[in-house]
Design a protein around this ligand. Structure first.
Ligand SMILES: Nc1ncnc2c1ncn2[C@@H]1O[C@H](COP(=O)(O)OP(=O)(O)OP(=O)(O)O)[C@@H](O)[C@H]1O
Ligand SMILES: [Mg+2]
Length: 346
């Protein structure tokens, strides 16, 4: 006697056309009915693309007919009516959070390039430009945003039993760091990450937000991909240093976002150069790698941030430069990038 679990397992060989993920994990299967050897499946697609539906149907039928003990196979694929954009991606309606207008990830192919510093200062810069801003620190390896934002308190619980994010400098924050005790390293397994991050989106009282910026962990491995699939991202920003840009690290970052169908808003070059007290400009890590790579990859270049001691000191104090010295050159570099980002996001 065939079970539903066996049918589902058989259907995992069917990938959503154009993606590496299978139709079962996308949640397309709505009903499975087994009657003696007759199997009847019903699926629901968000895509209105008839070709996609036909391919999924044909491949599912083939996969099911291979199962021992199966006689008749019936696969029904229902589709939504075509919208203005025609074919929709399977992520089109992925857990959109009511009240949050844009969710933008800040990522880098490699650690230590200043990704969290950029996320924090962009959040504060966007706040200064006007709007409601949230920050979501998903860095499972080393959540550093609470320190940079000067936030020590943890979320409180509302009457509706939702988490109320603490805030500082006008920016609301949720961090994986709030859930950890002390500095003990934690090994997160995939399902744990997904569950926690889902709660950060659905069980947090974010209220109305114009932007929610997400600090992803460094790298482009499985954890990053899982996060990108869990958070309904509207776009990604890639942070690089000039020398990393030329080493394919940016390309890896772009490939990661493309794999999960997230559009790339642009590249930020951090630690571009250093101005010595004498006024001499020193290009410690080279210069212009980010812009050149952006051009090669056909993505926007959002701007560059020089090395300023003030940026590090401000981060350590929990008072980002965009808040503590907004008119000074370090903050102005971030303000320009925030403006470019707003323009790209529309
Ligand atoms: N433009 C800059 N000028 C001076 N210091 C900077 C600049 N950008 C980042 N830093 C400093 O470099 C260090 C690393 O930055 P940060 O923690 O933001 O990097 P990260 O990419 O988030 O690192 P991780 O991979 O560990 O998450 C911090 O001490 C930060 O203050
Ligand atoms: Mg970081």
């Amino acid at each position: 006697m065939l079970t539903e679990a066996e049918i589902k397992a058989a259907l995992t060989v069917v990938k959503y056309p154009g993606y590496s993920r299978d139709i079962v994990s996308f949640g397309l299967i709505k009903q499975i009915v087994v009657n003696n050897g007759d199997v009847s499946i019903s699926m629901q697609l968000t895509s209105a693309n008839a070709e996609v539906a036909a391919q999924i149907k044909a491949e599912s039928e083939r996969a099911l007919k291979r199962l021992p003990g199966v006689n008749l196979v019936r696969v029904e694929v229902r589709q939504q009516a075509a919208g203005p954009s025609g074919a929709q991606s399977p992520w089109a309606n992925q857990n959109r959070v009511p009240g949050i207008r844009k969710v933008v990830a800040v990522a880098s192919g490699k650690g230590g390039v200043g990704k969290s510093t950029v996320a924090v200062n962009l959040a504060c810069a966007l706040k200064r430009l006007g709007g409601q801003i949230g920050l979501l620190d998903c860095d499972i390896y080393g959540p550093s945003i609470p320190l940079m934002m000067g936030i020590r308190q943890r979320p409180t619980i509302s009457a509706a039993e939702k988490m109320v994010p603490p805030s500082n400098h006008g920016v609301k924050l949720m961090s994986i760091g709030f859930l950890l005790d002390g500095d003990e390293p934690v090994i997160w397994r995939g399902p744990m990450i997904v569950k926690t991050i889902q709660q950060f989106l659905t069980a947090v009282e974010w209220g109305e937000l114009d932007y929610l910026l997400v600090d992803l962990p460094p790298g482009t491995g499985d954890a990053q991909l899982t996060l990108c699939q869990t958070v309904p991202l509207d776009g990604g920003v890639i942070v690089t240093t000039p020398q990393e840009a030329s080493l394919g690290v940016v390309r890896k970052g772009i490939a990661m976002f493309e794999k999960v169908n997230v559009s790339i808003l642009g590249i930020v070059e951090n630690m571009s150069y250093f101005t010595a007290p004498s006024g001499e400009r020193v290009e410690i890590f080279g210069h212009g790698g980010g812009r050149a790579e952006a051009q090669r990859q056909g993505v926007a270049f959002l701007g560059e941030i020089p090395i300023f001691t003030e940026i590090r000191v401000a981060g350590d104090r929990g008072f980002p430069v965009t808040i503590s010295a907004p008119e000074q050159p370090p903050a102005q570099a971030f303000m320009k990038i925030a403006e470019a980002l707003r323009q790209k996001c529309g």
